[in-house]
Design a protein around this ligand. Sequence first.
Ligand SMILES: *Cc1c(COP(=O)(O)O)cnc(C)c1O
Length: 365
Amino acid sequence: MREVGCPEEDLFSFLSSKRREDLGYRNILSSMCTSPHPVAARAHAMFLETNLGDPGLFPGTAALEGLLVERLGALMHHPGAGGYATSGGTESNIQAFRIAKKLKPVQFPNVVVPASAHFSFQKACDILGIEMRTASLDADFRIDAEALDGLVDRNTVCLVGIVGTTEYGMVDPVARLSDLAEERDVFLHIDAAFGGMVVPFLDRPIPFDFRLSGVDSISVDPHKMGMSTIPAGCLLVRDPDYFSSLNVETPYLTVKRECTLAGTRPGASVAAAFAVLEYLGMDGMRAVVAGCMENTRRLIEGMETFGCPRAVTPDVNVATFSCDRPPAGWRVSRTRAGHMRIVCMPHVTRDVIEAVLNDMSDTHA
Ligand SMILES: *Cc1c(COP(=O)(O)O)cnc(C)c1O
């Protein structure tokens, strides 16, 4: 550290110079995050100093967390779901595995995840000492339920289905997974970090939530398609009592027990997440999602006219292509299999899509 502090103006001109090195979302085509909705930014600023790690000191903010969980639980057709606001999909997935492992204490636990699983599951297995078994996918990049079934044994503590895969935007056949989980009497976790804020707002929602009786827990991230500030995730569970297995005693806080992974937790992004849901309502979210899906279709159609075929027709707003030459000047990523990948987030507007296609026509002229 400096011996003597830096004058504020100098400090902030340094910070601005660093901030200018960041990319604006305008040119980012491959992120699952987006510019926060204006009401999210406003709510975030109001709750800057709040700490949900000590809810007795911030009962108003804690009530907002309760409301966020209630709203998301209702969206997932289970208003009585238990839950709490996490730092994102990674923490939610770790915590879901912790619960599943506690509920079935075996000596050598394993989980079965699809090959499309997000890398957070690797972290979860490493931390928890769980063997990760990977089930193959079908031709449309969805989990092959029979392959999954073949990997289950008496040490399997959890099955995972994905709603909106990170790479290809696919929704696994959760109804089938739910039946399998019930037949095999295994905990079923649904990773809807991305798709949880998309699928419920589609014209024809694909069933994946607590209405399917085998589904035990769901990850959903307001800081992705929920347009909240970072960090805002949520873990929802069918039976609120599942969390009691994670409780530790917290003698010097206003509450006696804590089941969360983090201790000190931001209230600001939680207020922001709630604000967006409340402000937009079902109607507003349907409009946002309809726009993103329409843009996804337009992008796919346009790319195909340049000889870049889609890898698959996605269930949510993630488009992937066989394309060697991406449009110049845009940030795009590639999947593990090498497909070019564009996530049609709300900041990827129709104008952006047309600009991308225009640059494709230059690249491919
Ligand atoms: C983004 C994502 C995650 C990880 O969420 P973080 O918020 O980055 O921790 C997990 N699963 C899926 C399907 C995701 O898309």
